[in-house]
Design a protein around this ligand. Structure first.
Ligand code: 0X9
Ligand code: CA
Ligand code: ZN
Length: 426
């Protein structure tokens, strides 16, 4: 959801409610032959570009846009099928969505990591999704069975169903820490001095729907009645939840529908309960797309009390990312970097509750013409590799911070934290 124009468009059209029917008409994906004039015309008319491949522009076109193409007499092809993984595709690495994990494949691979690294990896069931799928957390540490006095960090993936790459980066972090533990002193140090908790798939119901039915799905699958489905679980956390109707929507048809109350969704409750049981010192929540490292606040343009630290750490991470493949990730609070507000999102809640560095990392590509939510299988590894040094940096920062001092939130943040319910300690 980069940039307000696109956001507005997505909310207005992709999330459009059915006119009295049960199933909202889903947009088609269509392609047109690319030319400067077509690109120009369709951009001006606000068409929702998805990708630019092999001389064709791919567009997400709700029924109204298909009609507009017809009346403009621009020849187009229906391409929806080619984004629907239920239809067998060429090549790819095996599974129904190629090298990307489905929920069941992820479960198998997490259990496999646990089996192969029994002293270092443990899979926890942290709750069930609305449709009763298990929500898994992979804990990585030396003496993994014990709760040790070590820095804890939380890495989250896939709040948004269609952002498949955001499952892979957290998963590959876990895999890499485990596989390099024996041979890589840096990894060994990180794993020995901290407890890393990885939840690669926060929204398994939406993800499954995106895999099997509609690739462009964003929310979970809450049935709100009247033909409207889904709560945006990145608008359902309990810090300044629903403070205005700009950063989230009270309308169940909206792509940024916040739900009926804070933590109304089992997926956000599972993350909340894990967070409150632990003492996390840093949080990263992966999303896509737009190449950005976002920090709080999402709900206001007023800078947070720790803006300096948040910016420094974010800037360091962006620098490390850039060194790997040369890609630039913007750094800033949501309103500056993405140009829109969000309320009820994950990192406002973790930062607002515990005062620890919390980031939303929007993975590549940078824009819709670069593929938007559709990363190629071949891009999984490069995207992961460029993010690894930044993750190591944050994990090391958290461990050093923990060793240096017990956590003391800044005085300004204490003011914010004061009226909130106290958090249970271990
Ligand atoms: O809108 C969102 O939920 C995130 N972008 S996405 O395109 N993946 O949907 C951005 C959340 C940004 N949050 C803060 N800056 N706090
Ligand atoms: Ca340990
Ligand atoms: Zn997202």
């Amino acid at each position: 959801m980069r940039k307000p124009i696109i956001l507005g468009f997505a909310i207005a059209l992709i999330g459009a409610p059915a006119a009295g029917g049960q199933t909202p008409p889903l947009p088609e994906i269509v392609s047109v032959a690319k030319s400067g004039s077509v690109l120009d015309l369709l951009s001006r008319l606000g068409f929702d570009f998805l990708a630019d491949r092999n001389g064709r522009l791919y567009i997400v076109a709700p029924p109204g846009d298909v009609q507009r193409l017809e009346s403009l007499e621009i020849p187009f092809r229906y391409e929806t099928w080619s984004f629907a993984p239920t239809i067998p595709r060429r090549a790819t690495q095996g599974g129904p969505i190629g090298a990307f994990h489905t929920g069941p494949q992820l479960e198998k691979d997490l259990l496999d990591l646990q089996a192969r690294h029994p002293g270092l990896a443990k899979v926890f069931d942290i709750g069930k999704s609305l449709e009763n799928r298990p929500l898994y957390a992979l804990k990585i540490s030396d003496n993994v069975a014990a709760e040790e006095d070590e820095a804890e960090t939380l890495i989250l993936g896939c709040h948004h169903a269609r952002e498949w790459i955001s499952v892979e980066v957290p998963f590959l972090l876990g895999k890499t820490l485990l596989e390099r533990y024996a041979s890589d002193p840096e990894v060994r140090q990180i794993v020995d001095q901290s407890e890393i908790w990885i939840v690669p798939l926060v929204n398994p119901d939406g993800h499954d729907y995106s895999v099997r039915v509609y690739r462009y799905w964003r929310k979970n699958r809450r049935d709100s009645g009247g033909g409207d489905f889904g709560v945006d679980i990145n608008r359902n956390y309990g810090f300044q939840w629903g403070i205005d109707n700009v950063g989230s929507s009270p309308n169940p048809a909206s792509e940024v529908y916040r739900g009926t109350s804070a933590f109304s969704e089992p997926e956000t409750r599972a993350v909340r309960d894990l967070f409150l049981r632990k003492d996390f010192r840093a949080v990263v929540s992966y999303h896509s797309y737009s190449q950005a490292i976002l920090y709080p606040w999402g709900y206001t343009a007023v800078p947070p009390p720790d803006a300096g630290t948040l910016r420094d750490l974010g800037g360091q991470m962006a620098g490390l990312i850039r060194e790997v493949n040369g890609r630039t990730y913007d750094v800033g609070p949501g309103i500056v970097t993405l140009a829109y507000l969000t309320n009820g999102d994950t990192i406002d809640w973790t930062y607002g509750t515990a005062g620890v560095p919390s980031y939303t990392i929007e993975l590549p590509p940078v824009d819709q013409l670069g593929g938007g939510f559709f990363n190629r299988e071949e891009d999984i590894q490069p995207i992961f590799r460029e993010n690894l040094p930044a993750l190591f940096y944050l994990l090391e920062w958290a461990a050093n911070d923990y060793a240096a001092r017990p956590r003391v939130p800044s005085p300004e943040l204490k003011e914010i934290l004061r009226p909130m319910v106290g958090r249970p300690r271990r």
